[in-house]
Design a protein around this ligand. Structure first.
Ligand code: NAP
Length: 303
């Protein structure tokens, strides 16, 4: 049995990773959350390095999948110290503890480490984040790289998946604008690649299998669904899928968010493709499944 510690196990991606690993007989999962940690999930404040060290010393995981982060650009901009404490400092504590115990660490990162001016971005492309969130995640990446322990970094684009509440996913929250029939301004400027958390979880499980069978995955990897869409295009697709009118939606072709966003961070995923790890989920089927697995959202759609 491979013992896998998953941080951020109560979050959007972490829940999908835990579900995928628990469905496979090879893994024993140590799911870690913080404020939402309930029965079966270890409550661990990653910003307390002594807690991190003690947890890893006690449980001795073989693998650490580090999903926990402050992932909201606007919140990160408003409270940079808190974003750094989780995205960089907690990553340092985990990296150190994993190095000392001999665990392999996979740090989940973001396409927002790039500036979005010259896509597609390769694994070796130069980073140049345009907002504090991207900068804090880049700092986390540098900590993992500088540890020189053969750890890996997985960069991801915008995520969707089964949610407890709409704001949990920057894609699912768009449904609010679909359901509110007053005129809605929607971003048609930023080019995104919405990617299913279940699809990513499958890829992560394959990466762990390769690592423990001797492949030695280290450095930067990218994973992304193949299509690109603006938020406006995502809403048109969802409207079509659920038979909802989209006439009240007005596309906006210039940046709309308060924290600066990159224009197009499309990721080229050659390194994982060379290991036969590729995205298998298209937006329409992925979003339909994610909604079916989100009872609170389905109830809203049926109203
Ligand atoms: P999320 O849903 O916001 O979840 C954040 C997780 O971090 C939660 O499990 C939360 O636990 C945990 N956490 C917060 N403070 C903590 C603390 N002090 N100690 C321990 N855990 C703490 O995030 P996500 O969307 O799943 O993102 C997962 C990863 O993907 C992140 O690294 C993010 O940068 C990256 N990413 C996300 C997106 C996206 O669109 N969401 C896009 C690209 C990359 P509690 O809730 O229990 O407190």
């Amino acid at each position: 049995m491979v013992k896998v510690m998953v941080t951020g196990a109560t979050g959007l991606l972490g829940r999908a990773v835990v579900a995928e690993l628990e469905a496979q007989a090879d893994f024993e999962v140590l799911a870690c959350g913080y404020r939402r940690a309930v029965q079966g999930i270890h409550r661990l404040d990653l910003t307390h390095s002594s807690q991190v060290t003690a947890f890893i010393e006690t449980h001795q995981p073989d693998v650490v999948i580090h999903c926990a982060a402050e992932r909201r650009p606007d919140v990160s901009e408003q409270n940079p110290a808190a974003a750094l404490a989780l995205n960089a400092d907690a990553t340092r504590s985990l990296t150190l503890a994993a190095s000392q115990s001999g665990a392999w660490l996979l740090y989940i990162s973001t396409d927002y480490v790039f500036d979005g001016t010259s896509p597609p971005y390769h694994e070796h492309s130069e980073t140049n984040p345009v907002n504090f969130y991207g900068d804090s995640k880049r700092q986390g990446e540098m900590i993992v790289t500088e540890a020189k322990q053969g750890f890996a970094i997985l960069r991801l684009p915008i995520l969707y998946g089964a949610v407890e509440t709409l704001p949990e996913s920057a894609v699912m929250i768009l449904l609010k604008q679909l359901l509110d029939k007053n005129e809605q301004l929607v971003d048609d400027w930023a080019v995104r690649s919405p990617t299913s958390t279940a699809d990513i979880a499958c890829a992560i499980a394959k990466m762990i299998h390769l690592q423990i069978t001797g492949e030695c995955l280290s450095g930067h990897y990218h994973f992304s669904a193949s299509g690109t869409m603006s938020k406006y295009q995502m809403l048109l697709a969802m409207g079509d899928l659920f038979g909802l009118s989209t006439e009240h939606l007005k596309p906006v072709t210039c940046p709309t968010d308060s924290a600066k966003r990159p224009h197009d961070c499309s990721l080229s995923c050659e390194r994982l493709a060379s290991l036969s790890i590729q995205s298998n989920v298209m937006f329409n089927s992925g979003i339909e499944k994610a909604l079916q697995q989100s009872p609170a959202v389905m109830a809203l759609l049926k109203k």
